[in-house]
Every structure is written in structure tokens, then in C-alpha cells.
Design a protein around this ligand. Sequence first.
Ligand SMILES: [Zn+2]
Length: 114
Amino acid sequence: MHELGIAFHVMDTVEDVAKENDLTQVSSVTLELGEVSGVVFDYLADVWDWAAEKRELFYGSKLLLETIPAVTICLDCNRTYPTVRYGRTCPYCNGDKTELVTGNEINIKEIEAC
Ligand SMILES: [Zn+2]
């Protein structure tokens, strides 16, 4: 239940922000989700709808998504390339000393209040 944990974590964070800003109702939350974060967005959205019913602040709120493309850097030739297309092997020099630069993040980008 990875997605359920994420939904709760995001809601906890948004609740803190809402408290600080005197918001009583949230209409949508926009998440930035890395391409290789392993989160299934459709499932996360379902879990969100379910959890939103149980928290006053989130009644009827929508979860929106923006995808952050996954980029990997090659430590041999220092070039970056799209992770999803080439995986762990550098397409330029065939090196396998590579590191993920972006694509693993889960960020709250925007909170919309009613
Ligand atoms: Zn390389």
C-alpha cells in the first residue's frame, strides 16, 4: 500500500500548510511525480478520493498530476539521457556507471483552496 502512505503523507503536509494559511477547504492538490518514482497515479488518485471523504479539508478535492521526466547522468562521459528509454546503460559510451538525476521525486507543487 505504497500509494496509501503517499496520499496520507501528502494530506498531512497540506493540512499543515492549510492551518498556517487559514484555509478550510482545499479544491485541488497538484503533485509532481517522477517518471520512475514507482507510483501508480491511477491508483493514487483512487486512494486520494477514498481518503478525501474522511477528511473535512479534502471533501471533494481533486488530485492533479504533473510528470517529471526521468534523467540519468553517465559518470563516464558526463552526458545525460532519458532514463526510461535507455535504462542504466549510457547510450553514448555504453558505460554502466550511471546515476538518476531526476525522476524519483514526489513533490507538492500547488494547493488550490476553494
Ligand atoms: Zn556515457
